[in-house]
Design a protein around this ligand. Structure first.
Ligand code: AMP
Ligand code: MG
Length: 396
């Protein structure tokens, strides 16, 4: 048996990041992984500008209740003139500061003076007050995003803010999937004695695209050697990687091992974890292969714990391991086990603190648990947990 950590370390050591890239417009780039550092050729903001609607002033000239004439009006997008001595400029949020001005007084501190002009209720204004400085967000030459970053909404906004339209990303890998099991029916088919509906296929059809990868769904394959070999060959010929569910135990009706061995190479591990102890890793005609367990909960859990970091690394992402959040257990786990348990849990807050609640049935056939839950918590090997103990939580 392999420990969880050994299995994950080994798997990640085998993930070879893709080198295939493409140029893509930022509006289509969400979820793609950057294949280049992005360096700014711009200052952001590109000019000193006002943080408020108000008056651009020379700070040293300001006295309360003195009348100043308004020598110009500068809206966002306008370019003002050098501020005449002894005068102020009406200015609006985001507008460039005129030459000579060094502070902004907000309009709430100003009143119209009789006979024109403006008076302020404040006596002293600090230099730079309410002014945003050139380059204070991004300076010319700064690396704003590093190669290997998966692009999120805020990343796209930042790229746009320096005027860049196209970015170099890694081409999404194509992941071929199929579910094994002669007992499987597809949703929509009439129920049959002895059969169950294929849940894993549809889970993978969600999980794979959620990572920004392209799914090639090859459906279900019955439990026999020939069909399994054929499906593996087809999968490897159309995709960059193959992921299957089921058939990875070593029962007479488990064909993944002999089938993969006909067309490639396979390591079959019993991992010291619960749920999902059988896990298969290898290659099929030179393409990486991961065989997830058949139990839907095991398939879902092992996808998150093993397949996801592996796929993200293959896709060129730099940081692929989730950061645990340490939170108080809202349950007791009185019986220790020799395997590490990944239990389906949900966060609950009482407005003061957050606790991790446990779904009552942790059976590996209970897919309801994964739907109720929002993440996994870890019960370490040979450990018990009492209410209030800190435990590691990973959001799905
Ligand atoms: P296996 O790993 O093939 O022995 O399957 C383990 C358990 O998971 C069995 O009870 C299977 O019927 C069930 N199972 C396997 N594949 C699926 C699937 N795609 N959808 C739902 N249940 C499955
Ligand atoms: Mg099976």
């Amino acid at each position: 048996m392999k420990t969880f950590d050994d299995a994950l370390t080994y798997l990640l050591s085998k993930a070879i990041p893709t080198t295939q890239t493409k140029t893509i417009a930022i509006e289509s780039a969400l979820g793609h992984v950057l294949a280049e550092d992005i360096t700014s050729q711009q200052n952001v903001p590109p000019h000193h500008n006002s943080m408020m609607d108000g008056y651009a002033v020379r700070a040293e000239e300001i006295q309360a209740n003195k009348t100043f004439s308004i020598s110009q009006r500068i809206a966002a997008g306008d370019i003002g003139q050098t501020l005449a001595l002894g005068t102020v400029a009406r200015i609006f949020t985001g507008a460039a500061m005129p030459e000579g001005a060094n502070a902004v007084i907000m309009q709430e501190e100003a009143t119209d003076a009789e006979g024109g002009g403006v008076k302020f209720s404040v006596d002293a204004v600090l230099q730079n007050q309410n002014v945003r400085h050139i380059g204070e967000d991004i300076a010319i030459g700064a690396v704003i995003l590093a190669k290997g970053q998966r692009l999120r909404a805020q990343d796209l906004g930042l790229v746009a803010s320096i005027g860049i339209r196209d970015v170099l990303v890694y081409k999404p890998l194509r992941i071929a999937t199929f579910s094994t099991g002669s007992e499987l029916l597809e949703p929509g088919e009439a129920p049959e004695q002895g059969k169950i509906y294929n849940a894993n296929r549809y889970m993978l059809a969600g999980l794979v695209p959620q990572l920004g990868l392209e799914l090639i769904d090859l459906g279900r394959v019955p439990d026999n050697l020939e069909a399994t070999v054929d499906a593996l060959k087809q999968a490897a010929s159309v995709a960059d990687m193959v992921i299957t569910t089921g058939g990875v135990s070593v029962g007479d009706e488990d064909y993944i091992k002999p089938a993969v061995e006909q067309v490639g190479r396979l390591d079959l591990w019993k991992v010291k974890m619960k749920p999902g102890k059988p896990l298969a890793y290898g290659d099929v005609m030179g393409k990486p292969f991961i065989g997830l367990p058949g139990n839907p909960v095991s398939a879902f859990t092992t996808f998150h714990l093993f397949a996801k970091p592996y796929l993200l690394r293959m896709q060129g992402q730099t940081s692929v391991l989730p950061t645990p959040i340490w939170l108080k257990a809202g349950f007791d786990w009185p019986k220790s086990g020799f395997r590490r348990e990944f239990v389906r849990v949900r966060l609950e807050s009482d407005g003061q603190s957050t606790q991790v609640k446990l779904f009552p049935n942790q059976g590996s056939g209970i897919l309801t648990s994964a739907v109720w839950a929002d993440g996994l918590a870890v019960i370490p090997e040979d450990s018990t947990v009492s209410q209030g103990d800190l435990i590691a939580y990973y959001a799905f």
